[in-house]
Ligand binder design. Structure first.
Ligand code: UDP
Length: 248
């Protein structure tokens, strides 16, 4: 996959994606990989074709969100596994929006998976591999100076909007958006002396079955990374089905 960017050194490599320098300042390439991890990297594996499927699913969803007035890092899809995106300084939080109880919320609340929530519930996790991305409340975020009050309210408002738009979109395609994880960042540009200048906050990262839970509305079948986490089989088929539902 590195050969796609001959002579270029990776800026970053994560569990599911690599970042390469762009051809223009302020842009980078995001290359999606087939590798998958769960439970903070304890479970590792490969999902055949996942890079291609998640790149395509993310591109479709970022396009939709842009059309609906949400500012994102997305510029264009450049090949099967690669999106050209704006360079961001990622804010050190993961914002989870939940519509239905599942996963860690089920464990933490004692409520059964599948229990509908009367309104979307937002959670903020502090991004730290060392700490295992702990769940923080707003006070922790502000007191520890991780976000300013304005940044916190902005990401929360954006997260609610994104989730609302996508939930309705997926519902029209027979899929329930159970929950999703979003990341945000400030656009990075370079100033007159080549210094980094930070711009507005936009939606970053990816939106895919790796980062969302999707349940088939009529059968309840899980069509997301829980098939990998819980060894349910048919992982690739689930991702293919999500792409099929949202294509046209
Ligand atoms: N999620 C994610 N990355 C993480 C943790 C969670 O993308 O590091 C997503 C996950 O796919 C789900 C939602 O966030 O759509 C809520 O996950 P939850 O807190 O239930 O954690 P999990 O059950 O995945 O441990």
């Amino acid at each position: 996959m590195e050969s796609l960017f001959p002579g270029k050194e990776k800026l970053y490599e994560g569990k599911a994606k690599m970042i390469f320098p762009g051809d223009n300042p302020g842009e980078v390439y995001m290359v999606f990989k087939d590798s998958a991890t769960a439970f903070n990297g304890v479970k590792k594996g490969t999902i055949e074709d996942k890079g291609r499927l998640n790149a395509e699913i993310s591109a479709i969803l970022f396009n939709l969100l842009e059309e609906r007035g949400i500012k994102t890092h997305y510029i264009e899809k450049v090949d099967e596994v690669t999106l050209k995106v704006r360079k961001l300084r990622i804010l050190p939080v993961e914002v989870v929006v939940r519509n239905i109880v599942a996963g860690s919320l089920s464990k933490r609340s004692g409520r059964e998976e599948g229990t509908p929530l009367p309104r979307p519930v937002l959670e903020i996790y502090y991004k730290s591999d060392e700490l295992g991305d702990p769940l923080w409340n707003d006070e922790h975020v502000l007191v520890f100076g991780v976000l300013t009050e304005d940044e916190l309210s902005e990401v929360k408002e954006m997260a609610r909007k994104v989730s609302g738009i996508l939930r309705e979109f997926f519902a029209g395609r027979g899929l329930e958006l159970v929950d999703m994880k979003l990341e945000f960042g400030r656009i990075v540009t370079s100033g007159p002396a080549g210094e980094e200048v930070l711009g507005p906050i936009v939606l970053g990262d990816e939106i895919s079955p790796d980062t969302c839970r999707f349940w088939d509305k009529s059968t309840g079948e899980k069509l997301d990374k829980d098939r990998f986490r819980r060894d349910l089989g048919g992982v690739r088929e689930a991702y293919v089905e999500v792409l099929r539902r949202i294509s046209n």
